[in-house]
Design a protein around this ligand. Sequence first.
Ligand code: SF4
Length: 269
Amino acid sequence: MQNKIYLSASSINIFKTCKRRYKYKYIDKLNKDTKLESKFISFGQSIHKAIADFNSIQNKEFKTLQILQNLLRKNWNREGYEGIDEEREFGLKGLKMLEEYFYNPQDIATENLLIENTIKEYRNNNIILIGKIDRAIINLNNEIEIIDYKTGNTIEFGGDFVLDPQIAIYTELFKNNFNKVPDYVSFYYLAHNKKVQIKIEPQHINLISEFLNDTTNDIITEKELPCNVSESCEYTCEFCDICDKSYNIDEKLLDELKTNIFNTNRKSI
Ligand code: SF4
């Protein structure tokens, strides 16, 4: 029986950046810990849970800053920090982030449609589209808005439509499950308390379907799953120590020096 393929924003991103990493993670299912990033993952999960719990509260009396910050304490994930000082530093950053969110929220809703829901869709027996939507709301302009909360420092999106895996997966899953196209997919950068809204226009729908179909096809037909070695391997890839083509900065430097010396010698002959 053929292995099931789960098509998520992160699996597509990994396939597009390094097919060998995709193989290790999603085909061989090697279970490597992600020590490199685990404190950031823990921090992100803690903030996401606190905001999800807070936005699920119906009674306005309980919508206070103290309760929001206590939800962070309740949901705090302690894994990955190097010591108590680092954990405290992240904790204080989280409390401040939530304070700014509380006093100037960019995600005011007249109705919550989804909060932390995982949606799956079978494309066929073996291909499953999957995405976790942080929140979908009816916003103050009576539009459907899907919101993805980000806890990192980098603002990745400008505001124009791009064929990004997250935008594609959220739009497609929402459209197919609820028979409605979202008006916006938004990325809420909590570290800056800034929301970037991406308008989903009718002409984007076909582009998104084509993108997902083409990507599925690429994944199914790809046989070699080669490495894509880069300088960021050792910082971003959990399989760096087992990858046979793993980037070694010292070796690369040595190679480059040898090549330069060789070229210099050739010129002087
Ligand atoms: S170490 Fe680099 S080349 Fe190897 S699997 Fe990871 S990302 Fe790919």
